[in-house]
Ligand binder design. Structure first.
Ligand code: PMP
Length: 459
């Protein structure tokens, strides 16, 4: 058991884990991952797993990319740290900003660096408020987000997030934000409604909210192109085109949170390209360094930058930034990571493997406990249900998903159970054979699941 291992016992005694039932953790202990190799990780007893979630949707280049270690080491020897406050800079952050401007869609011309996706989205909130105050429209403050959207966990970004578990008992939202209906047809479509009617209803809801609140009070719409942490939820056809049209007509900025979708995950370089919309701002993180170093970037369009710069001139300051903004080691690692993504054509790899990966995910659609099998590119999910015909879910606390997770570990596959949704998002270096092996292990997991749930009295 966990307690027979002294490292596990120490963890139980000393660590507060994020996203964890801490009392349950005291009883079961952690799974301690000791090392990584390509798409595989190994625990402290040497057991091998395929990492089916790329760490936390992050590790594009796999778990043993020596070039990233070398890039970090070289930068640490040359200049381990310098800040970027008050017009200071250094080469890796300059080069990375230039690279991101080159890679991202047309209107995005300026980069601001933070260390996490949450800080990046917090930064967006503050920059838009700073801009609107400078433009003499301080009332243009509200954000529009969606139920089940995930945008981070700080007070402001956690407010943009639309997951009840991130709000409840944390007293969020704490900034003005309106959460629209989640664009997930399987769960939120109504009786007798087809997908086109569902899209039309969601767009009518957006228009109604703008009408009720007043466009002059709404700063921006934020969304993930495909909701990931909410359960891997691809939008219905026509949704993003409609959101863009309505936001443009009402002078509302569009923020594409590409912390997970960015850098090829959906089979296009950025998720906004998959769903045909053009954002004013995008958030990037995770695959930007393959999470070998903490780093995030916000990319802004030129008009936003110009308005912020004007206000900073008026105030002789732009009073925002972090000690680690543009950290030289993190930005050097990002540059090398993006070079590897390009040299190995990992974005092309995701596009080429999309069909095989999605066919693998959808091959579970007929399983008696799977309500929906879905995804795009190299991200997918199985939604477990207690009753396939009525879509009745298991209990709301995700005990069925937790059992699936445990069996997955036994079968040597790591995925993420989000409640009863089993999410997969493998490293971008996966091969056809790796995808086949992931599906085989997922298959053995799903074969064992009905009996395991029955044994635990979960139905
Ligand atoms: N936005 C999205 C879409 C995310 O998936 C996440 C993290 N899962 C974040 C923001 C927050 O990033 P971080 O955990 O680095 O703060």
């Amino acid at each position: 058991s966990a307690l027979s291992n002294s490292l596990a016992a120490t963890d139980i005694a000393s660590t507060m884990h994020p996203y964890t039932n801490l009392r349950q953790h005291e009883a079961t202990g952690p799974l301690i991952i000791a090392r990584g190799d390509g798409v595989r990780v190994y625990d402290d007893r040497g057991k091998e797993y395929i990492e089916g979630l790329a760490g936390l949707w992050s590790v594009a280049v796999g778990f043993s990319e020596k070039r990233l270690a070398d890039a970090a080491y070289k930068q640490m020897l040359q200049l381990p740290y310098y800040h970027t406050f008050s017009s200071k800079s250094h080469e890796p952050s300059i080069r990375l900003a230039e690279k991101l401007v080159e890679m991202t869609p047309e209107p995005l011309t300026r980069a601001f660096f933070t260390s996490s996706g949450s800080e990046a989205n917090d930064t967006i909130v503050k920059m838009i408020w700073f801009m609107n105050n400078g433009l003499g429209r301080p009332q243009k403050k509200k954000f529009i987000s969606r139920v089940k959207g995930y945008h981070g966990i700080t007070v402001a970004s956690g407010s943009l997030t639309g997951l009840p578990g991130n709000h409840r008992d944390f007293d969020l939202p704490a900034i003005p934000v309106h959460h629209l209906t989640c664009p997930h047809f399987y769960r939120f479509g109504q009786e007798g409604e087809d997908e086109a009617a569902f899209t039309a209803r969601l767009l009518a809801e957006l228009e109604a909210v703008i009408e009720a609140e007043g466009a002059d009070t709404i700063a921006a719409f934020i969304g993930e192109p495909l909701m990931a942490a909410g359960g891997v939820l691809p939008p219905p056809a026509g949704y993003w085109e409609g959101v863009e049209r309505i936001c443009r007509a009402n002078d509302i900025l569009i923020i594409s949170d590409e912390v997970i979708c960015g850098f090829g995950r959906l089979g296009t370089p950025f998720g906004c390209q998959k769903y045909n919309f053009t954002p004013d701002i995008i958030t990037l993180s995770k695959q930007i360094t393959s999470s070998y170093m903490p780093l995030a970037a916000v990319m802004f369009s030129e008009p936003i930058y110009q308005a912020i710069a004007d206000n900073s001139a008026k105030l002789n300051n732009f009073g925002h930034g972090f000690t680690a903004s543009g950290h030289p080691v993190a930005t050097a690692v990002a540059l090398e990571n993006l070079a590897i993504i390009e040299e190995k054509d990992l974005m092309g790899n995701a596009a080429r493997l999309e069909e095989k990966f999605q066919a693998g995910i959808r091959s579970f659609a007929d399983h008696p406990l799977v309500g929906e099998a879905r995804g795009a590119g190299l991200i997918g999910a199985l939604e477990l249900v207690a009753d396939k015909a009525t879509k009745r879910p298991f209990d709301p606390v995700g005990r069925a998903g937790a059992v699936a997770n445990r069996i997955g570990h036994e079968e040597g596959l790591i995925f993420r159970s989000i409640g009863d949704q089993l999410a997969l998002c493998p490293p971008m270096i996966v091969t056809e054979d790796d995808v086949a092996e992931i599906m085989a292990r997922l298959g053995r997991t799903m074969d064992r699941l009905p009996a395991a749930l029955a044994a635990e009295g979960i139905a």
